[in-house]
Design a protein. Structure first.
Length: 158
């Protein structure tokens, strides 16, 4: 009973309404905000990290396209439109760079496994280094003259 008395006996402040104190809310403030920061971040990371570009680029592009469509239809706030557009451009760029990286990796692998193997086989073949005897690059007389030179001991000055 005592608790009920205390509640009933507390003074109540009158509530007053001042229409000048209330700020009107625009339709723009009531709309959900866009994902401009996230899209921009995905685009930057996609361009910066080559391996992730092929994954994050299309995600950023699709999210940006969705947000730009909702902004155009006035279903989403227009406050971060620039970040969405830049994120979309970076997403497209990172997707193209990722595809180019995959194409270069495939071509590089093909080049190493086919062209370089053929070159290696050609260079490692002993017949490539052999000099025909009839061209006279090496003569037995020169070999005899060189034998004495290499067998002499070098004189060490004292």
């Amino acid at each position: 009973m005592e608790d009920e008395k205390n509640v009933d006996e507390t003074p109540v402040m009158p509530i007053s309404f001042d229409p000048k104190a209330v700020k009107p809310v625009s339709r723009e403030e009531l709309l959900p905000s866009n994902r401009g920061g996230l899209i921009l971040c995905l685009g930057i990371v996609g361009v910066s990290v080559c391996c992730l570009g092929i994954i994050l680029g299309p995600i950023a592009t699709i999210m940006a396209r969705s947000d730009l469509k909702r902004i155009k239809n006035k279903e989403m706030s227009d406050s971060g439109r620039l970040a969405v557009v830049i994120g979309q451009i970076l997403g497209i760029l990172s997707t193209l760079l990722g595809i180019a990286g995959i194409v270069l990796a495939v071509l590089g692998g093909w080049w190493v496994t086919t062209v370089q193997v053929e070159e290696w086989e050609r260079w490692s073949d002993d017949s490539y280094y052999e000099v025909p005897a009839d061209e006279g690059y090496w003569d037995d007389a020169d070999a005899d003259a060189d034998e004495g030179y290499w067998e002499e001991e070098a004189e060490i000055p004292e």
